[in-house]
Design a protein around this ligand. Structure first.
Ligand SMILES: NC(=O)c1ccc[n+]([C@@H]2O[C@H](COP(=O)([O-])OP(=O)(O)OC[C@H]3O[C@@H](n4cnc5c(N)ncnc54)[C@H](O)[C@@H]3O)[C@@H](O)[C@H]2O)c1
Length: 366
């Protein structure tokens, strides 16, 4: 990719906690990303982070950051229930928005974000790194090229043996409090896995959903008390799509088992499992179980198809989209192709939306 096409994108970061700092580290590897300002209600933290990453402007009120007219985009790394107010304020202030997953704490909030982006013509993108993993790309190619035949069932899984945030040692208490996070395992990790399966299935409409959540595994008493824990640690679901495809879901932060099989999709002619990656089909009397070199797909994409860095990560993809180098997944072309291969310009599709889970859940509730 010609570096002259990687024009500087001036970004303001809102929320300088764990994730905000990880984003700042990631931006250092993204050509053109220029972090101009940071906002956090914790002033000492904001100052510390600004000094560490050489960010010249610091705010404790994100509205003041949004008043800057030299920012093209903001990156929101606040707790889930703050995504909607911050994202809407940013879009109303003329900024494009990159927001941490989950898109919001509720369907209603996500819908407002989506509608605001559409009404104002802003780009709104949700960080879902699973869309950019080589196994997702490989599965997408197999599906698009017909190697699964007609997909009819998918499975979304996520496993932690005992990995609840904070109470099992990682993250802050806000992760496990409904008033901040809205939900537990499903909201935290589930959205990564479910969104990927929805993307691979072509984001079909939903007819109905049933599900159940649990919080059963004992936790350290001191951490339990100090955490204010009131979210689920295990989420289960079954989704019926309007095209007769089904999706079952199991997402665990804590469970007395040694693992789940990886997410999968089965079709009339073949099946694909994402982790460990496998493609399964029959050749006459032969049942073929294949694996493949997933690194090759990234290599060939970059070097043979000259896609460059546009699918390297959700952050690379977001910045490349602002630079006009790619259409945002999954709203753009169904294939992994940069604009020069599809012949479409990003302006032909101003808005992309990757928080498909929320809209899907809404349509089920009709
Ligand atoms: N921590 C992770 O590993 C991780 C991974 C993926 C996604 N996420 C997502 O990132 C988001 C943030 O999580 P986190 O782990 O960074 O939380 P965190 O508690 O570490 O950071 C949140 C920051 O937001 C600040 N804040 C709170 N209210 C504010 C306001 N009104 N204005 C400005 N700043 C405010 C807090 O002071 C804090 O510094 C969540 O949506 C989470 O789901 C986190």
């Amino acid at each position: 990719m010609n570096s002259s096409e990687q024009r500087p994108i001036r970004i303001g970061l809102i929320g300088a906690g764990q994730r905000g700092q990880q984003h700042l580290e990631a931006y250092q590897q993204i050509p053109g990303a220029e972090i101009v300002a940071v906002a956090d209600i914790n002033e000492a933290l904001a100052q510390h982070v600004a000094a560490q990453f050489k960010i010249p402007n610091v705010y404790t009120d994100y509205d003041h950051l949004l008043q800057r007219d030299d920012l093209e985009a903001v990156d929101i790394c606040l707790h889930n229930n703050l995504h909607r107010p911050a994202a809407v304020a940013a879009m109303e202030a003329g900024k494009h928005v990159y927001c941490e997953k989950p898109m919001a704490g509720s369907y209603a909030d996500a819908r407002i974000m989506y509608d605001t982006a559409q009404a104002l013509g802003r780009k709104l993108y949700i960080q879902l790194f699973t869309l950019f993993k080589p196994e997702t790309r490989a599965a997408k190619l197999l599906i698009d090229d017909g190697y699964l035949g007609e997909p009819y069932h998918a499975r979304s899984t996520g496993f932690r043996r005992r990995g609840r945030p904070y109470v099992d040692g990682y993250g802050t208490p806000t992760f496990v409090q409904k008033r901040h996070a809205a939900g537990g395992a499903l909201y935290d990790m589930g959205v990564y896995h479910i969104a990927r399966m929805l993307y691979l299935l072509g984001n079909p409409g939903v007819r109905r959903i049933s599900g159940k959540t649990y919080q059963k595994t004992p936790m350290d008493p001191a951490r339990e008390t100090s955490s204010g824990y009131d979210v689920e640690e295990l989420g289960l679901g079954l989704v019926h799509f309007t095209n007769d495809v089904t999706l079952d879901i199991i997402e665990s932060w804590a469970i007395h088992l040694d693992g789940f099989e990886g997410s999968s999709i089965v079709g009339t002619l073949g099946g694909v499992r994402l982790q460990p990656f496998g493609y399964y089909h029959n050749l006459g009397d032969l049942e073929i179980n294949s694996t493949m070199d997933l690194e090759q797909i990234s290599y060939r994409w970059k070097n043979v198809h000259q896609g460059g860095d546009v699918y390297d990560s959700a952050g690379h993809h977001w910045v490349a989209a602002l630079q006009g180098r790619v259409e945002l997944l999954p709203g753009g072309t169904s294939r992994w192709q940069p604009n020069h291969l599809t012949g479409k310009s990003p302006s032909q599709r101003k808005l992309s939306y990757s928080g498909c889970l929320m809209l899907t859940l809404r349509s089920a509730g009709r």
